[in-house]
Design a protein around this ligand. Sequence first.
Ligand code: 3HC
Length: 307
Amino acid sequence: MAFFTHRFLRSMSSTNSLAIKHITVIGGGLMGAGIAQVAAATGHSVILVDQAEDILKKSLKKIGDSVGRISKKKFIDKPEAGAEFVQQTLQKISTSTDPASAVRNTDLVVEAIVENVNVKQELFKKLDQCAPEKTIFASNTSSLSIGEMASATTRLDRFGGLHFFNPVPLMKLVEVIQTPETSQQTFEALMNFTKALGKKPVACKDTPGFIVNRLLVPYIMEAIRLYERGHGSKEDIDVAMKLGAGYPMGPFELLDYVGLDTSKFIIDGWHKMDPDNPLFAPSALLNKLVDEGKLGKKTGEGFYKYS
Ligand code: 3HC
């Protein structure tokens, strides 16, 4: 009896030790800023890290604007409570340009930097030497292997994936990715963290594109091919999928929203991995637009033009 009590208490204390209160987000781009925002808005302490102060300044501006939009809706009749919510959220976020010191006392690191496995491995290897043993590492990659990143560290059991969706403050889903080495305790901590953010987690294996992108990317590539064959205008294809399938955006609107470079990066990687799979075939039109720097909304032009 005493043995069971002791074991029970020990397991309770180790579960408690994984409660995530303090997080470090590496990468202040659209996704990193969004992740920092939702974590701060739900009471977590956040350090947001990027390479330069001016990038972080822009990230904080983005976060401030987005929290402002949300608070206007959330506190429609209570502007004072809204202003307090904005202030409290922003107060929870500090910034740093030094990843090594930013992870020294953190429960969770969420990486949202450039989609290059070598760069990510290099970062995680460095962080592995600076973060406490308890710290869980997670990547927000859209299409790369979590296991490959984890292999650069000594904490394979405390490594998983947390894949958020754009725009992070509004999209309810988070894919929680477990590699064969991710411990059950880590997986549960990541699931619980996702719920604490007010999001809905789904469990994913470490396979290319997990669930959403494995279905979404071939779909948008097929839409481009349909358009390339002249079987529909991009406007009609967008309207068709919005009104006929209930999607909030058509495939071309979504491509422009997510960034054409992001979709090209994913499809090129998968084509290299599985060149005979017609779902992963590259598109000449997508390649041309990316070559011309027409990356979507962020550059003012993609499939559509934005003023
Ligand atoms: N922060 C805060 N509020 C925001 C916001 C943001 N970043 N973006 C939009 N909003 C608010 C707007 O202010 C607006 O508020 P209001 O109702 O008070 O005016 C409200 O959200 C609705 O926005 P809009 O009127 O501009 O447009 P929509 O009604 O079309 O909603 C959308 C926008 C939520 C983005 C919706 O179009 C949508 O769900 N689109 C699909 C997005 C999607 O599929 N994302 C996944 C992409 S794949 C991905 O991310 C994976 C990656 O790995 C590639």
